[in-house]
Design a protein around this ligand. Structure first.
Ligand code: GTP
Length: 323
């Protein structure tokens, strides 16, 4: 079989990765078809070959305009050109107005080039892998039944909201919600109806988490939580009352026999650095326990939390019940 005369060029043009050869100054000497096509698909004139382009200039201009990825790529290439780094490998987002895209960039000295003045840059599209990773990440943070955040995500958001509240000295609200006598509900109406009930409660919580700093989560079987960033006690209380009412109103959806109620414990506090998420959660949980003990279908608010550095003793909390 006869191989094409310029076998290496043919191989280069057959590759899916975008490949360019640059010299020590960053001038592009040669690109493959994939590189040309990518340029044309992204605003370069048709027939664009990159000849005369200086890749380092392009990156440094983008970096000067605030593109940190371009700045990092520039530095990596400079390190390879200077011989300080054998291979530079970098993964970066390159989203277009229509789609999310990620690429890897690999920069290495041209193999077999004795002058040591030629370098190969290759870009590989890793979008499919990144989208799959994003999806896995999303699934790992979501409760599959209600679509709300799961406990893991809740803990993450709580800790991040506490840090933000400490920084800004704003009150963080925490609301814990537990369905009343849910075991009986399951026993009486069946597990599928129980699932539907949890979905409906989840939807109500979701509708009450309106701002970017609000997060609703299902943190256990019939236990839910709402984090309300920058919310004083009065606001947290109003939101909890609205949740309680909406859940009581679910019986209109189900018919009178399927009455649903919840017990709610809540607090709002401006935290300082000794306040942990575990501490806040336990305080709100104490209030929830009080709401259960006092007869359920009601709200108990922690009125004040001693925010002094903790010793081995739990600080005193003061509860107020709202029916
Ligand atoms: N349908 C359904 N039930 C669940 C799910 N997860 C947990 N459960 C049930 O939720 C019930 C929770 O009941 P308990 O924690 O004993 O409390 P309760 O009956 O709600 O009583 P109080 O909380 O004291 O008012 C249990 O019977 C669990 O089996 C779920 O995903 N779907």
């Amino acid at each position: 079989m006869q191989l094409p005369p310029s076998l290496h060029t043919s191989i280069l043009h057959s590759l899916e990765d975008q490949i360019a050869v640059i010299n020590q100054s960053g001038n592009i000497l040669e690109v493959n078809l994939a590189w040309q096509n990518f340029g044309c698909e992204n605003g370069m004139p048709s027939g664009y070959t990159c000849e005369g382009f200086n890749y380092l200039d392009t990156l440094s201009n983008a970096a000067a305009a605030g593109d940190n990825y371009a700045g990092h790529a520039f530095q990596g290439i400079m390190d390879v050109l200077a011989g300080n780094l054998e291979v530079f490998y970098f993964e970066y987002p390159c989203h277009s107005p229509n789609e999310k895209r990620w690429f890897t960039m690999r920069v290495v000295a041209l193999h077999g080039d004795e002058s040591g003045s030629l370098f190969v840059i290759s870009h590989h599209n890793v979008t499919q892998r990144k989208l799959a990773e994003e999806r896995v990440e999303e699934l790992a943070m979501k409760d599959p039944l209600t679509g709300l955040s799961n406990r893991r995500a809740f803990e993450f958001f709580l800790s991040s909201e506490i840090r933000s509240s400490i920084r800004n000295q704003t009150p963080i609200g925490l609301v814990l919600i537990d369905v009343d006598y849910f075991k009986n509900y399951n026993d009486e109406f069946g597990h599928a109806a129980g699932d539907q009930c949890l979905i409906n409660v989840g939807q109500i919580l979701l509708a009450h988490a309106r701002r970017p700093s609000d997060h609703s989560a299902r943190i256990g079987g019939d236990e839910f939580a709402l984090i309300l960033g920058n919310s004083p006690l009065e606001i947290v209380r109003q939101i909890a009352e609205s949740i309680l009412k909406s859940i009581n109103d679910l019986k209109m959806l189900f018919g009178d026999s399927k009455q649903v109620s919840v017990s709610i414990g809540l607090l709002s506090v401006i935290p300082h650095k000794n306040i942990t998420e575990d501490f806040l959660f336990k305080e709100a949980d104490k209030a929830l326990y009080c709401a259960k003990s006092a007869g359920r279908n009601q709200i108990v608010a922690i009125q004040s939390i001693t925010t002094m550095p903790r010793t081995s003793l739990e600080p005193p909390s003061h509860h107020e019940s709202i029916n």
